[in-house]
Write a protein that binds this ligand. Structure first.
Ligand code: PMV
Length: 293
């Protein structure tokens, strides 16, 4: 029986969330189908997959992923595969599933926050470290704790633009960590991102698309200071600002994907298609991961 797991985007607060600041992420209406089948030809699988299979006692199996989103896109592919595999153990659902999935991600990657795994399990707009919405659960690691809640927001259309492989999340997180070690300036950027994210939560609850777009632009500018953008990303941002309500990179950055809140959709599509990028027109969804016959 397959599991179906959604991809996710981060609206606000990536990177800052690693240091305990708030973030807002959401599942999108693009699901991948994950099946566990016999590994007839002993194919080697990624460390994430191997760990997840080990966790459910199926290390000799093979994981088949049907997805049209490229991996390394910054849309949560590795977390999605981990969650999809673990769901084959029916005792793992909700909080227990999110915690087990994060443990695996942490074991393999050694850093990062549990926002991807929790968002993919819970579905909908997920706020991390904010006093908004309906409480979900909290996850702690070493001396950090992340508190999750579901924001009551109306689903919205988004354009996702994939600009090419992002390199590892780990590399980008390390890059930001070096800034943080150098002093106050990076901390101020994080504080700003925190404020933007909190304002973003009220804008999502009010369904104020114009404000959400403005805040996305502001958040992107802060991420750019950390060196997470590149010329192609900036070109997409420019188009996104012209024909949409706002645009920003989503996820680790350095490549990967951007999100745009579309306004003049035809022009936006036309201009983006002139660039060497992949466009996914989708919506946020309140659905999380599920199992189906
Ligand atoms: O791995 P991605 O691209 O989905 O983004 C991860 C988000 C970060 O905040 C950069 C890292 C993290 O683990 O929270």
């Amino acid at each position: 029986m397959p599991s179906y797991v959604p991809h996710k985007v981060i609206f606000f607060g990536e990177h800052a969330v690693v240091y305990g600041y708030p973030s807002i992420s959401s599942t999108i209406d693009i699901f991948s189908k994950i099946q566990i089948i016999p590994n007839k030809y002993n194919y080697l699988q990624t460390p994430f997959v191997q760990e997840a299979l080990k966790h459910i006692g199926q290390e000799k199996s093979y994981v088949k992923v049907d997805s049209y989103i490229p991996s390394g896109s910054g849309l949560g592919t590795s977390s999605m595969v981990i969650v999809g595999v673990l769901m084959h153990n029916r005792d793992l659902r909700g909080e227990a599933l999110a915690k087990a999935a994060y443990e695996i991600e942490y074991t393999v990657q050694g850093l990062g926050s549990p926002i991807d795994t929790t968002t993919i399990v819970a579905g909908g707009f997920v706020m991390t470290n904010g006093n908004y919405g309906i409480p979900l659960w909290k996850i702690s690691k070493e001396n950090k704790t992340w508190n999750f809640s579901n924001l009551p927001g109306k689903n919205m259309e988004i354009f996702i633009v994939y600009v090419g492989p992002k390199g590892s999340t780990k590399e980008q997180v390390e890059k930001v960590r070096k800034f943080m070690e150098r002093g106050r300036f990076a901390k101020e950027i994080m504080e700003n991102i925190g404020m933007i994210t909190r304002e973003g939560a009220s804008a999502i609850i009010r369904n104020d698309i114009v404000k959400i777009g403005e805040l996305m632009n502001e958040n992107h500018k802060e991420l750019k200071i950390f060196g997470l953008s590149n010329p192609l990303i900036e070109k997409v941002i420019e188009i996104g600002n012209k024909f949409g309500y706002g645009a920003k990179l989503t996820g680790a950055g350095g490549g990967g994907s951007l999100i745009i809140l579309p306004d003049k959709k035809d022009l936006l599509r036309e201009k983006l298609n002139e660039l060497n990028v992949k466009l996914f027109e989708t919506r946020t969804t309140s659905v999380g991961s599920f199992f189906k016959e």
